[in-house]
Ligand binder design. Structure first.
Ligand SMILES: Cc1cc2nc3c(=O)[nH]c(=O)nc-3n(C[C@H](O)[C@H](O)[C@H](O)COP(=O)(O)OP(=O)(O)OC[C@H]3O[C@@H](n4cnc5c(N)ncnc54)[C@H](O)[C@@H]3O)c2cc1C
Length: 323
């Protein structure tokens, strides 16, 4: 196996990547290829685990998401990267300011830099039967799954004012769209008109249940009626899995306070701690996560190189220039 360029002691790495989804794996691959000692610690619960197929990722359209992760692991391993299946419980800055301690239940390592790529959690609307269909008949991303439901009867269940936009979006894939305002309330007359002129039906009843038959979504129950739909698009409450960043006091965005602030390459407000993918960017689909991981890796490697230069200058023997 190729060896990274380092004589560091065991359990000491150039970079620890926390999270082995597309963002973390992409960063790990570039850093391992740069001959950095890389460890990836991954709890193995990626956001799209429920989806059978992944779409819109160039060169990989339609493959199971697990296959991308498996290939990613193989590629990172090929360049000397190490994997531990482990939930990281805590991070702590090293006393001398030279890195970060990373601790799980069975593993403790120290790394010069840490990349947090822990993703986000989707909070589903509270509707009976919705979890059973999550990622199969109940979907969030028209660009990911719209093609597979082209010309179907598509229900759009609003969870906020963006529901109308989502109804207009999915109309691109099917002429048969039913919009359920649900608890959001009646659309304004202008909004209602915009839906009507595009042939989007509005059903004012509250969706009480998502109905499955033989594992497939068979409709929704609304105020004592069954409405036939082939799938449902909705929006989830996006919550970053950012406990490790919060634990270090990383700065979050204002005024909502939900998302950790990073610069355009992924540097957080905490020294040596970087973050990438859905944990800092809810819009980061698989392709964007892959790209962001690669961009971040270049910046982390440059940051390490700058430190390598400083260390070399400090430790190099003094050469006398006087005769
Ligand atoms: C149902 C569904 C379908 C989707 N389909 C598509 C699609 O077709 N195409 C597309 O481009 N996008 C799709 N997405 C979006 C896609 O899932 C995300 O863009 C992508 O997963 C983000 O990658 P990530 O690496 O940031 O996070 P994730 O893929 O979620 O990976 C994060 C990893 O970090 C791990 N982790 C979390 N906390 C810790 C910890 N403390 N210690 C160690 N490990 C930890 C998790 O277990 C997980 O393995 C879909 C999303 C959903 C919900």
């Amino acid at each position: 196996m190729p060896q990274p360029r380092s004589d560091a002691p065991a359990n000491t790495y150039d970079v620890a990547v926390v999270g082995g989804g597309p963002a973390g794996l992409s960063a790990a691959l570039s850093l391992a290829r740069a001959r950095r000692r890389v460890i990836v610690l991954d709890a193995g619960e990626p956001r799209n685990a429920v989806a059978a197929h992944m779409h819109g990722v160039l060169g990989h359209d339609g493959i199971p998401p697990e296959l991308l992760r498996q290939r990613g692991r193989e590629e990172v391993t090929r360049f000397g990267g190490v994997f531990v299946d482990e939930q990281v419980a805590a991070l702590a800055l090293v006393d001398d300011g030279r890195g970060v301690h990373v601790r799980g239940s069975a593993v403790a390592v120290t790394a010069r830099r840490v990349v947090i790529a822990t993703g986000l959690r989707d909070g589903l609307p509270e509707i009976d039967g919705i979890r059973e269909q999550w990622g199969r008949g109940v979907l969030v991303c028209p660009h990911c799954d719209g093609w597979e439901h082209r010309d179907d009867i598509i229900g759009v269940v609003a969870t906020g004012p963006g529901g109308i936009d989502q109804a207009h979006q999915v109309r691109q894939w099917s002429e048969r769209v039913v919009y359920f305002p649900n608890d959001v309330g009646e659309p304004s007359s202008r909004m209602r008109r915009s839906l009507e002129v595009r042939g989007i039906r509005i059903d004012p009843g509250r969706v009480a249940r998502v109905v499955s038959r033989n594992g497939r979504l068979a409709g929704v129950d609304v105020a004592g009626r069954r409405v036939a739909v082939d799938c449902v698009f909705t929006s989830t409450r996006l919550r970053p899995r950012d406990g490790l960043l919060r634990g270090l006091g990383a700065r979050v965005s204002q005024p909502d306070g939900e998302w950790t602030v990073v610069d355009e390459q992924g540097r957080t407000s905490i020294a040596h701690v970087w973050a990438v993918g859905n944990v800092v960017d809810p819009r980061s689909n698989v392709s964007v996560s892959l790209g962001a991981g690669s961009l971040l890796a270049g910046a982390v490697n440059a940051d390490l190189t700058a430190e390598d230069i400083d260390l070399a200058l400090v430790t190099a023997p003094v050469v006398s220039t006087t005769p």
